[in-house]
Design a protein around this ligand. Structure first.
Ligand SMILES: Cc1cc2nc3c(=O)[nH]c(=O)nc-3n(C[C@H](O)[C@H](O)[C@H](O)COP(=O)(O)OP(=O)(O)OC[C@H]3O[C@@H](n4cnc5c(N)ncnc54)[C@H](O)[C@@H]3O)c2cc1C
Length: 438
C-alpha cells in the first residue's frame, strides 16, 4: 500500500479505505425472517432506501432487500450532492451533519474558468455536499429502517415470481429464498434484473454515459466548490471533475456520453484528465488513494415505461440520470417519492382492484410530467456536445459570458426557479416544454 493510500485510509478512518460505520450499534441486517409485505423494494441505494422510507412513513409494510452483505458498502460515484438532492433530503428528514458542504460550481476549460454560487430558489437551498457513498447510502438505509422498513441484507434478487396473468407477486434470491408482495419496486441500479424480466428492456437508441473515478489525497480537499473540467482531452469531448471531500481526499473522475464522437477508451480519458490537472492540485499516481473504478450512467428515462404489472422502476433502474450533468442521486430520490406516492394511493384504493392499478400506473405519468421535457432537452444537448467542434465553440464563446453561463449553470443542474419567478427559470421551463412536445 502506498504512503498516500495509507494516509487517506487513516483520514477516512478505516484500514480498507472505508469510513467506520456511523451506525456501529445498529444491526447489520434485520428481521431476516419476514418473507412477505405490502411492498418489496429491491436495492438499498438512494432510490430504494428513499422509496422504503417514504412508504414506511406512510404506514406501508415494506421489505427492503439488498444484495450487499452489510453496510457500509462501496458504490462508484462522484459523491456530489446538489441542492436539488439536498431539498429531497430535507423532505425525507435526513441529517447532513458532518458532510463536506459546497457553495457552488466552478467550470474550467483549457483557457477560461467561471464560478457560480448554487442558485437559491424557493425550493432548493444554496448548499450542496460531497460525501462518500459508503456514508451517504448507509445513512439513507438506516433512515429507512428507523422509519419502519425491514432491511434484509445479503439478499441478491435473481428473478421475479410471476403469476399466470403475468403479474409480479414476489422475488427469488440467489440462495433460493422467496419473498412475496403485491407490489415490487426495482431500485437495483443500472443492472436491474427485474426490469428486463418483466419486459422493460432499455430502448435501443437510449443515450447513456460511462464514467470512472478514484480518490486522491489533495490540498483541494477543503474547496467549497465542486469543479467541472471541459476540453482537456485531445481524443474525445469528455468531462472531468474534482469534488472535495473535506477529509484530506478528493473524488476525481472523467466521463463521456454515448453521443460523443471520437475514441471511447475511458481509462485513457481518465488518465488524460489526471495528467491535465494543475500541479498544485497534487493529483497524480503517487497520491492515488483507491482503485480506479467505472460504471455506466443510464440517462433520460431510457425504458419504454417505468411501470408494468405490479413492478415500478426507480432511480438508475428507470434510467433517471440527468443527461445534462450525469447527476443521478437527486433523481433517484425524486423518483422514489413519486413511486411511493403512487403506491400509497394504490394501497388506499385496495391493492388488486382496477382503481389501485390506475394509481400505480399514474407513477409513469407523474415521472414523465416531472422530467420528460427537461430530459428531451438534455438529449438534444447531449447530441450537440458529443460533437467536439460544437463543444469547442461552446467553450470559446460561452464560457467568457457570465450572464449566459449563469443560465447554463441553472440549466445543467435543473436549478431554475420552478415557480417561474425568475427569467432563467422561465426560459428553461419554456425550452423544456417545447422539447417535451417534439
Ligand atoms: C463514476 C460515476 C460518478 C457519478 N457521480 C455522481 C455524482 O457526483 N452525483 C450524482 O448525483 N450522481 C452521480 N452518479 C450517478 C449515481 O451514482 C447514480 O445515479 C445513483 O447511484 C443511482 O442510485 P440508485 O439507488 O438508483 O442505484 P444504486 O446507487 O446503484 O443502488 C442500487 C442498489 O441495489 C443493490 N442491488 C443491485 N442489484 C440487486 C439485486 N439484484 N438484488 C438486491 N440488491 C441489488 C446494489 O447493491 C445497490 O445497493 C455517478 C455515477 C457514476 C458511475
Amino acid at each position: 500500500m502506498s504512503p498516500a493510500r495509507r494516509a487517506a485510509d487513516e483520514a477516512l478512518g478505516g484500514s480498507d479505505g472505508l469510513p467506520e460505520s456511523q451506525f456501529a450499534s445498529a444491526p447489520a441486517s434485520a428481521n431476516i425472517n419476514a418473507t412477505s409485505a405490502d411492498v418489496i423494494v429491491v436495492g438499498a441505494g438512494p432510490a430504494g432506501s428513499a422509496t422504503a422510507a417514504f412508504l414506511a412513513k406512510a404506514g406501508v409494510n415494506v421489505l427492503l432487500l439488498e444484495k450487499a452483505a452489510s453496510f457500509p458498502r462501496d458504490k462508484t460515484c462522484g459523491d456530489g450532492i446538489t441542492p436539488r438532492a439536498v431539498h429531497m433530503l430535507h423532505k425525507l428528514g435526513v441529517s447532513t451533519e458532518g458532510w463536506h458542504e459546497t457553495r457552488g460550481l466552478r467550470i474550467k476549460s483549457t483557457d477560461a474558468a467561471c464560478e457560480f454560487p448554487w442558485p437559491l430558489t424557493w425550493e432548493t437551498p444554496e448548499t450542496g455536499y460531497c460525501v462518500r457513498r459508503e456514508v451517504f447510502d448507509e445513512t439513507l438505509a438506516r433512515h429507512a429502517q428507523a422509519a419502519g422498513a425491514q432491511l434484509v441484507t445479503n439478499a441478491a434478487v435473481t428473478e421475479p415470481i410471476i403469476n399466470e396473468r403475468g403479474r409480479i407477486t414476489g422475488v427469488r434470491t440467489r440462495d433460493g429464498r422467496e419473498f412475496s408482495a403485491p407490489v415490487v419496486v426495482s431500485a437495483e441500479g443500472v443492472a436491474s434484473k427485474l426490469a428486463p424480466a418483466m419486459g422493460l428492456d432499455r430502448k435501443p437508441n437510449a443515450i447513456s454515459g460511462v464514467a470512472m473515478r478514484a480518490y486522491y489525497t489533495s490540498p483541494k480537499t477543503d474547496d467549497d466548490h465542486i469543479e467541472l473540467h471541459l476540453g482537456f482531452s485531445g481524443s474525445a469531448p469528455g468531462y472531468g471533475w474534482v469534488f472535495p471531500l473535506g477529509n484530506g481526499t478528493v473524488n476525481v473522475g472523467a466521463g463521456l456520453l454515448s453521443t460523443a464522437c471520437g475514441k471511447t477508451d475511458y481509462r485513457h480519458l481518465f488518465d488524460e484528465f489526471v495528467a491535465s490537472l494543475p500541479a498544485e492540485y497534487g493529483i497524480n499516481e503517487s497520491t492515488r488513494a483507491s482503485d480506479i473504478k467505472g460504471a455506466m450512467l443510464p440517462m433520460a428515462l431510457d425504458r419504454p415505461s417505468v411501470y408494468r404489472n405490479g413492478l415500478l422502476l426507480v432511480g438508475d433502474a428507470a434510467g433517471c440520470v440527468n443527461p445534462f450533468n450525469g447527476e443521478g442521486i437527486d433523481y433517484a430520490l425524486e423518483s422514489a417519492e413519486l413511486a411511493a406516492s403512487a403506491i400509497v394511493e394504490a394501497k388506499a384504493r385496495s391493492l388488486g382492484t382496477i382503481s389501485a392499478e390506475r394509481a400505480l400506473f399514474g407513477y409513469r405519468y407523474a415521472l414523465n410530467d416531472s422530467l420528460r421535457g427537461y430530459y428531451r432537452l438534455g438529449i438534444i444537448f447531449a447530441h450537440l456536445v458529443g460533437n467536439p467542434h460544437v463543444m469547442r465553440l461552446c467553450m470559446k464563446y460561452g464560457l467568457p459570458r457570465p450572464r449566459l453561463m449563469r443560465m447554463v449553470n441553472k440549466l445543467l443542474g435543473n436549478l431554475g426557479e420552478r415557480t417561474g419567478a425568475d427569467v432563467d427559470g422561465r426560459v428553461i421551463a419554456a425550452l423544456s416544454k417545447f422539447a417535451g412536445q417534439l
